[in-house]
Write a protein that binds this ligand. Structure first.
Ligand code: UFG
Length: 340
C-alpha cells in the first residue's frame, strides 16, 4: 500500500521540490497551502514535472477545524510542515504576526498528528545555531539565543515537537537546513520571492536579468579568507531528497530515537564573493555588484557537519555549486520568458 504524505506549504519553494521527490519515490502526496506567499506557478510546475494532477487543498493551518477536517479526510502517514512566514526582517517589524502564524499553525498540525498517530517532519533552520563558537556545526552544537522572531519560531517549534514526541509517544524529525538555493533541473519550479529578494541567490539572478540594478555585497571586512561571510549553500533538489530519506525512516520505524535532528547541508563553506564569481563564470555573465556595509544580524560563518545525516539517513548532497547556480539562472530566465 502506498503511504500518504501531507505537505503543508507544498506550493512554496522548498515544499514544491519536496513534493516532486516524494512523488517520484512512490509516495502519494497531498499538497496543502493557503497561497498567502505564492501563486500557482509551482503547483502547476509540480504537476507538469510529474505528468499528473496532485491533490491540492487550500487551507490555512491556523484554522484548527480546517486542519482537523483535512486529517479526517485523508489517511496521512506523515506530515511535513513548511507552512510559515520566513522573512527575517519582516519578523522583527511584525513579531506578533510571525508568532501567531508560525506557532499556531504548527500547534494545530501537532494536535492533528497526536490524534491521528501521524509522523511529523519539521522544517527547521541553521538559524538556530546563531553565531557558532566552532564550525562546522554538529547537531549537538549549542543553540544560541535567536536574533529575530523568525529564528525564535524555529527554535520554539523544534521544542514543541520534542515535547509532544516525549509526552504522546509520537515520532518526529527536525531537519536544520543551511542555505537552500537553485531550482529544479526542469526549470519548471523554483524560488518566487515577493518584492525585493532578501536572499543572495535570487538577488543575483534578478540583477543578472536586469530586474535589479546592482547587487550589494554586505561587508568585506569579516574575519574570513576574502572578508565576506561564509555559508553552506545546499542545492534545493539535494535538500528535497533528504526529506524522502527522513520520511521513510519514520514510516518504516527505523528511528534510533523518537525525536531526531539532522543538519542538511554540504559541509562546504562558500564565501559571498566566491558564489558571485562562480555565478559569473558558470553562466558567462558579468554581474553589477558593489561592496556595501554589513547587514545587521548576519553571522560571520556557519556551515554544516552533515555526517549524521549521511550515517543515519543515508543522504548526502551531490550537486556542485556550479550546477546549482546554472539551475538558478535557468529558472530566472524561464520566469522572464513566461512574463513576456
Ligand atoms: N548577502 C549579500 N547581499 C544580498 C543578500 C545576501 O551580500 O543582497 C549575503 C549575506 O550578507 C550573507 C549571505 O549573502 O552573508 C547569505 O545571505 P542570505 O540572505 O541568502 O542567507 P542567510 O544566511 O542570511 O539566511 C539564512 C536562511 C534564512 C535564515 C537566516 C538566518 O536563508 O532562512 O539564514 O540567519 F533565516
Amino acid at each position: 500500500m502506498k503511504k500518504t504524505v501531507l505537505v503543508s506549504g507544498g506550493a512554496g519553494f522548498i515544499g514544491s521540490h519536496v513534493t516532486v521527490e516524494l512523488s517520484q519515490a512512490g509516495y502519494d502526496v497531498v499538497i496543502a497551502d493557503n497561497m498567502s506567499n505564492c501563486d500557482e506557478t509551482n503547483y502547476k510546475g509540480v504537476c507538469a514535472i510529474l505528468g499528473r494532477q496532485l491533490p491540492f487543498e487550500k487551507i490555512d493551518f491556523c484554522d484548527a477545524a480546517a486542519a482537523n477536517d483535512l486529517f479526517n479526510r485523508y489517511k496521512i502517514d506523515a506530515v511535513i510542515h513548511f507552512a510559515a512566514f520566513k522573512a527575517v526582517g519582516e519578523s522583527v517589524e511584525q513579531p506578533l504576526m510571525y508568532y501567531k502564524n508560525n506557532l499556531d499553525s504548527f500547534l494545530n498540525v501537532l494536535e492533528c498528528a497526536r490524534v491521528h498517530g501521524t509522523n511529523v517532519l519539521f522544517s527547521s533552520s541553521a538559524t538556530v545555531y546563531g553565531e557558532p563558537d566552532e564550525t562546522p556545526v554538529t547537531e549537538t552544537s549549542p543553540r544560541k539565543p535567536a536574533t529575530s522572531p523568525y529564528g525564535n519560531t524555529k527554535q520554539m517549534c523544534e521544542d514543541f515537537l520534542r515535547d509532544c514526541v516525549a509526552a504522546y509517544g509520537m515520532h518526529g524529525i527536525a531537519l536544520r537546513y543551511f542555505n537552500p538555493i537553485g531550482a529544479h533541473p526542469s526549470a519548471l519550479i523554483g524560488e518566487l520571492p515577493r518584492g525585493i529578494p532578501n536572499n543572495l541567490v535570487p538577488f543575483i539572478t534578478q540583477t543578472a536579468i536586469g530586474k535589479r540594478e546592482c547587487l550589494n555585497i554586505f561587508g568585506d571586512d569579516y574575519p574570513t579568507p576574502d572578508g565576506t561571510c561564509l555559508r553552506d549553500y545546499i542545492d534545493i533538489t539535494d535538500l528535497a531528497k533528504a526529506h524522502v530519506c527522513a520520511v521513510t525512516r519514520m514510516i518504516e520505524g527505523k528511528m534510533d530515537e523518537p525525536y531526531e535532528i539532522f543538519n542538511i547541508g554540504t559541509g562546504r563553506p562558500v564565501s559571498v564573493l566566491e558564489l558571485v564569481n562562480s555565478f559569473e563564470r558558470v553562466n558567462g555573465i558579468k554581474l553589477n555588484y558593489r561592496i556595501a556595509p554589513r547587514r545587521p544580524g548576519d553571522v560571520t560563518a556557519v556551515w554544516a557537519d552533515p555526517t549524521l545525516a549521511q550515517q543515519k539517513l543515508g543522504w548526502k548532497a551531490v550537486r556542485s555549486v556550479d550546477e546549482t547556480l546554472a539551475s538558478a539562472w535557468a529558472w530566472e530566465k524561464r520566469l522572464a520568458e513566461a512574463a513576456e
